[in-house]
Design a protein around this ligand. Structure first.
Ligand code: NFS
Ligand code: SF4
Length: 636
């Protein structure tokens, strides 16, 4: 047990000693026994790309300065970094492809569990992709949208950029990135290109490699954007909804099903069928029927669209099982700890994997397909009810912590709320308040939670500090999870932490939108792929102001990042011109050149750059400084 570790989240603090009593270990114990972690790895100067290696560079300059093939620290660090970006892009865009293929199946009538829930969004997506909708029915439009989207995965003409990239950023940005040679034309080709150029004996120029990384990051952006937008088409665009978050959302008298991972394709259908199976759960003895809760980004997806409560975020996913009250943990893809398969040996929880490419030893596998989604979802719920019957009452320990969370602020929802203030020109009130300084700037919180920092602490500390300085806060993914669990997505948090002028704006918009009070302090924009929702808002603002994205007082922060997806996201945010904070030291500092490009030189190239700062208060100070700088440059 890691006793020097402080938890902001009281639910974890309360549960951990019980875990120790049971003799189990968690992510924090394994982190501790992993110390000291490999210094070469931390600096990014270990290369395992070929089997002459592994090679490592001596960071003190006494030993080897080149790998066996002659690659130096800069080449090795750059190659490692962009391979991570390619992995992140592959993860997000495969998710996006899955959604696009499902939309095609819906259009062709092969996916009976799904429909087009948001026709209006479908039409706006079609318009954005330059498709004419006149005289076509919904299915025809859906088919054309799906096919046009799939072209972003298959186009061979490298002079034509991906539609989902080109159409979603300012024209100036697209031009700039095209001139730099980093606009993707085909997501898959760009990911493959990175794997190719980083093979032994290929690209050794660190700057050229990093430019390849920017392109990979934009491929990631493309995959994420289309993923969010097409998910909205199929499942509906989020609107504000009030729900709850943290482990206290688990119910002792219900069959608790936790949906975990990233892709909404199965979890949405589980929510659909659970209602009709409530009676079966009650017959099994669960007085409160079925209770679905979310973990990680699948959790964010169903929370934003349906108000399903969120049990917890990435780092504390094991804690959900350790309550002894989760009957089924249903996982799809990404950010699922293999330790869940071990923990369920000691608990009755049924771990259920659902995707052919994401299996975990110890789990039961229910293979999910779009065609059989309804049956698959029913099977999952049946397994949960079966597991409920095996529950050991003595092992149940649900920490009674949960907070209200107002979530579901898609770009459309933000515009809709603003339109209550100005129907003709919804962006005007937001813009006016930025220009007059009531809102100093906008900060987007994204990314993971990690053992390298006290979970959730950086998120909460930076957010409170920026709010005090009247910065509007947006959040996605596990950052959003942290804020939801810890009560920062409430009106009370706005009252408590927002600076006076920010509070006044949030109150005016909240009142006009019928919330009987201010908007929550942090606006929940959804899961990790939904980071692009923030880009939608930023691009609309930039277009209205007539400037490019790199002029806006907009910053991003991934204060507890760990995954390759986070590396990809941070890199595209920077490439779009957004200064992006990392609260952990990225594994690149073994190369002074790569570090300098990322934290400084990129500024001249694309306007965005990385700010590395592990102290959250100082990080908030630096982010605020950037906002002030940008305001000054705009003359506001
Ligand atoms: Ni995104 Fe990290 Fe994972 Fe989702 Fe959570 S850890 S970068 S937020 S669940 S991807
Ligand atoms: Fe070593 Fe070069 Fe092989 Fe990397 S690619 S393991 S540096 S020989």
């Amino acid at each position: 047990m890691n006793k020097d570790y402080k938890f902001v989240d009281q639910a974890i603090e309360e549960l951990l000693p019980k875990v120790k009593e049971a003799g189990l270990d968690t992510v924090w114990d394994r982190f501790k026994s992993m110390q000291p972690q490999c210094g070469f790895g931390e600096l990014g100067i270990c290369c395992r790309i070929c089997w002459k290696g592994p090679c490592r560079i001596d960071p003190f300059g006494n030993g080897s300065q080149r790998g066996i093939c002659g690659a130096d620290a800069h080449t090795i660090v750059a190659r490692n970094l962009i391979r991570g970006i390619a992995a992140g892009a592959a993860a997000h865009s495969d998710h996006g492809r899955h959604i696009a293929l499902t939309l095609l199946e819906v259009a062709e009538g092969h996916a009976p569990a799904y429909c087009i829930k948001d026709e209006k969004k479908l039409m706006s997506v079609a318009a954005r992709l330059g498709l004419s909708t006149e005289g076509k029915n919904v299915r025809q439009v859906a088919k054309e949208v799906a096919l046009a989207t799939l072209e972003d995965f298959s186009r061979q003409n490298s002079s034509i950029p991906c539609s989902w990239a080109r159409q979603t950023m300012t024209a100036e940005r697209a031009e700039k990135l095209t001139a730099l040679g980093v606009m993707p034309h085909n997501i898959d080709a760009v990911v493959a290109g990175i794997m190719n150029r980083t093979h032994v004996g290929c690209d050794a120029d660190p700057v050229n490699l990093l430019l390849g990384g920017l392109k990979g990051a934009l491929a990631d952006y493309t995959g994420m954007y289309l993923s969010t937008e097409l998910s909205d088409v199929i499942f509906g665009t989020p609107e504000p909804v009030i729900t709850t978050a943290n482990l206290g959302v688990l119910k002792e008298d219900a069959v608790n099903i936790a949906v975990h991972g990233h892709n909404p394709l199965l979890s949405e259908i589980i929510c659909d069928v659970a209602g009709s199976m409530d009676e079966e759960a009650r017959q099994a003895g669960a007085k409160e029927g079925i209770n679905i809760v979310g973990v990680c980004c699948t959790g964010n997806e169903v929370m934003a669209r349906r108000g399903i409560p969120l049990a917890t975020n990435y780092l504390s996913q094991e804690m959900a099982v350790l309550t002894g009250a989760v009957d089924a943990m249903v996982v799809d893809v990404q950010c699922i700890m293999p330790s869940l398969g071990v923990l369920q040996e000691c608990y009755h929880t049924q771990l259920i994997t659902t995707m052919a490419t994401n299996k975990i030893p110890g789990a039961v596998h229910v293979e999910f397909t779009e065609k059989t989604a309804l049956e698959d979802a029913r099977r999952v719920v049946e397994l949960a009810i079966e597991a409920y019957k095996r529950r050991d009452k003595n092992k149940i320990n649900i920490p009674q912590y949960k907070e209200t969370a107002i979530v579901g602020f898609s770009a459309e929802a933000v515009f809709a709320a603003l339109s209550k203030l100005n129907k003709e020109d919804p962006l005007k009130p937001l813009l006016d308040n930025i220009v007059n300084g009531n809102i100093q700037g906008v900060a987007l919180f994204a990314g993971c939670s990690t053992t390298r920092v006290a979970q959730d602490h950086n998120f909460v500390t930076i957010a409170r500090e920026l709010a005090r300085h009247n910065v509007l806060l947006l959040a996605t993914g596990c950052g959003a999870g942290a804020f939801a669990k810890l009560g920062l997505m409430t009106q009370e948090a706005t009252e408590a932490y927002a600076g006076d002028s920010l509070k006044a704006v949030l109150t005016a918009v909240g009142e006009a939108a019928g919330l009987n009070g201010p908007l929550p302090l942090v606006l929940h924009m959804g899961s990790c792929v939904d980071n692009t929702r923030a880009v939608t808002v930023a691009t609309a603002l930039a277009n209205k102001l007539g400037v490019d994205l790199d002029k806006l007082p907009v910053v991003a922060s991934a204060p507890e990042a760990m995954s390759e997806k986070a590396v990809a996201i941070g890199t595209w945010a920077v490439t779009l011109g957004i200064p992006t904070h990392l609260g952990i030291i990225p594994q690149v500092t073994g190369s002074s050149l790569v570090t300098e490009v990322l934290t400084d030189k990129l500024k001249d190239l694309v306007g965005g750059y990385f700010i590395v700062e592990t102290d959250p208060l100082r990080a908030a100070g630096k982010l605020y400084e950037v906002i002030r700088e940008r305001r000054k440059a705009l003359g506001i």
